[in-house]
Design a protein around this ligand. Structure first.
Ligand SMILES: [Zn+2]
Length: 400
């Protein structure tokens, strides 16, 4: 791994003409996937998708390129056969990885790259939806001064992305969730028939979301990080035996922006929860202060760490999204944490992140989850010299 002693410099993505166009394409692909299967298209095409094609054609013409997608099906074929590096788009080098596609060639659904570009643009109605839901939940729980209700709501979205009718009823009687009962009705929808095999639904044993059955008999998990860990272990098997029994799943924006990232958050919570020094353990609060940040870790001496977990695949996009951790509830030190697996899967994650780090977040340390757990263990055992900034700052962090 090359040493990265150079001072990071914020590269200006606005100078690349392909950035806006890629936003349009990623948003169009996600929108298409939301309304129908990506391998079964009929006219008329949604305006957003047609606009993406028109802009891409125009961009190719202006640059004298003849080979280009000329229709929505052409565009989708490119999305699942042609790595982004081979598109005639003027893009910054840190904007994607080698062989990255916008649509998964097997399952024909948008890849994590596509989703991360979509978040980067945030111009679609669906992208707005998750923020609206989370903000509404926050407001409803604040009105009744119940941070516990908000935490219960967040935990439900992370730990129960799939519900049976009986479980849905049980939730409607949960007192903690009372302020958000009506909102939850908008969060879950009946599971699509495309996810059923032999009359039953099957969840991923790792992500708890529904698996998509593939024609060859395999299963496909929609979470990129899960697929990289190997074939999805099957979890629950859910049948709809009578008309009254329905299997529900969270709507896509919530699975994408709350459940998926939330897995990494609760995994970290679980690992920190196992740390001990004699009989002493850490106090870990999730989504404190109505979600000001993800984890608030209090050591026995009262020292507090504030952590935001970012399960992002593309460090260039992550760097550009970086911002300091909100000051309340108060803490002594803060950092962002990325799962070690994301760093391992990328040749140059931390250096790419720093190269693209937003100017206002230059002092924000980025650590892997493994580093953070090691530091927490050391500090819990009495090493008060441990500092997040030293471990995850510009000088201290290495790609090793
Ligand atoms: Zn999975």
């Amino acid at each position: 791994m090359p040493a990265t002693a150079t001072v990071p410099r914020f590269s200006d993505w606005g100078a690349y003409s392909g950035v806006l166009l890629l936003h349009t394409i990623a948003s169009a692909v996600i929108r298409l996937a939301d309304i129908r299967s990506l391998d079964a298209f009929t006219l008329p095409y949604p305006a957003e998708a047609q606009r993406a094609v028109d802009r891409l054609v125009l961009s190719c013409l202006l640059r004298g390129i003849d080979e280009m997608p000329r229709s929505v099906p052409d565009l989708l074929a490119w999305c699942h056969t042609r790595p982004l590096e081979d598109w005639p788009l003027d893009l910054p080098p840190d904007a994607f990885g080698p062989d990255d596609l916008l649509v998964d060639p097997v399952a024909k659904v948008p890849t994590q790259l596509c989703h991360e570009w979509w978040i980067h643009s945030r111009d679609s109605a669906a992208a707005q939806f998750d923020r609206d839901v989370v903000r509404t939940a926050m407001r409803l729980c604040q009105q009744v001064s119940s941070p516990e209700s908000y935490t219960a709501f967040r935990r439900l979205l992370v730990e129960k992305p799939v519900l049976t009718s009986a479980e849905k009823f049980e939730i409607s009687t949960d007192l903690y969730l009372d302020p958000v009962t009506e909102l939850l009705e908008r969060c879950y929808e009946a599971a699509p028939v495309s996810h059923r095999r032999d009359g039953v639904y099957t969840t991923c044993g790792r992500c708890l979301t529904l698996l998509l059955p593939l024609p060859d008999g395999d299963w496909w998990c929609e979470r990129d990080a899960c697929r990289r860990r190997g074939p999805a272990p099957t979890g629950r098997v859910l049948a709809e035996e009578t008309d009254a029994e329905v299997v529900y799943q969270l709507v896509r924006p919530l699975r994408q922006f709350v459940t998926g990232p939330g897995r990494a958050e609760v995994d970290l919570e679980a690992r920190l929860g196992t740390l001990r020094a004699g009989t002493v353990r850490l106090d870990v609060a999730m989504w404190p202060g109505f979600d000001a940040y993800d984890l608030r870790i209090t050591f026995p001496d009262g020292h507090v760490w504030a952590i935001d977990v970012k399960d992002w695949r593309h460090p260039g996009l992550l760097g550009r999204a970086a911002k300091v951790v909100p000051a309340q509830p108060p803490y002594d030190e803060s950092c962002w944490v990325v799962p070690q697996a994301q760093v391992d899967a990328h040749g140059d994650y931390l250096a790419t992140y720093r190269r693209n780090l937003a100017p206002e977040a230059q002092d924000l340390p980025l650590l892997t989850d493994r580093q953070l757990v090691d530091l927490a263990r050391a500090r819990l055992r009495g090493n008060t010299n441990v500092q997040l900034a030293t471990a995850g700052g510009r000088q201290g962090g290495s790609d090793a």
